[in-house]
Design a binder for this molecule. Sequence first.
Ligand code: 13P
Ligand code: SF4
Length: 303
Amino acid sequence: AEQNRELRERLMQLKKERNAIILAHYYQRDEIQEVADFRGDSFLLAQKAAQTDADVIVFCGVHFMGESAKILAPNKTVIIPDERAGCPMADMVNVDGLRKLKAQHPNATVVTYINSSAEIKAETDICCTSANAVNVVNSVEGQDVIWVPDKNLGHYVQQKTDKNMIIWEGYCNTHDMLTVKDVEEMKAKHPNAQFVVHPECRPEVVELGDFVGSTTAIIKYCKESDCKEFIVGTEDGTGYQLRLDSPDKTFLFASKYLVCPNMKVNNLKKLVKCLETMQPQIYVPPHVADQARLSLERMLLVK
Ligand code: 13P
Ligand code: SF4
């Protein structure tokens, strides 16, 4: 505790010196969410990065999030606590594979989940997050949509749209691990609890949800609901904001495996160090960033 207090003091001092803001995803460790200027889901954090006046953005999340921030704010310095914090789902699609699919479906619009590399975004018509996926897909012209890389979110969106979706086979290792059996066992033990679930989970798990949504949507739903007990089907870092908003409610995670090891690579010590050394910095080659920016900016315009 004493060490964390010293680290937090050092952080506040460095933040002022560098004119930095700290953005933290809801899946980050509590010790990082505590000191963030903004906590949020992928969508809110991308918006904050695009709007900030700070000189330096410290992005606490995984690599693609820092990259998206750099693409949206090319004149800012973007640093991250540890460059090894990647997203396995983002790595499940490569440029060659996507180009082949585009050649097979020349009239399709490419809609890419923000959990993807800058190179993939540069091959994309419009990006989305889990918060706006249905609206983004519905917003495109034409009937055919190539959807990369999350098959589970793709399946969820397909239920809610008339578009014809050609869905890539990627998935989130963490959310995809949650099973129907896990949820049914929890429901049997806690019959009064509502099950709230992220659409990165498998379709048969999402189907059991009393509420389905992005992390921000889940947090908002739980805060506003009259229900006092929830079984949560997303990464366990969301517990920080859930408990902060509703200290009188009970949040039970649907499985002990709902922990993203990549998100947890970052910690407070590394956060302070990256502001001290201004390393590692995110770099995106300008020709890639210029293409990728179009797909992110189109997303930010969708209502
Ligand atoms: P959201 O932030 O859109 O809820 O996505 C969850 C996620 O897996 C981020 O890596
Ligand atoms: Fe990637 Fe899943 Fe971790 Fe999000 S929770 S960063 S999608 S592995």
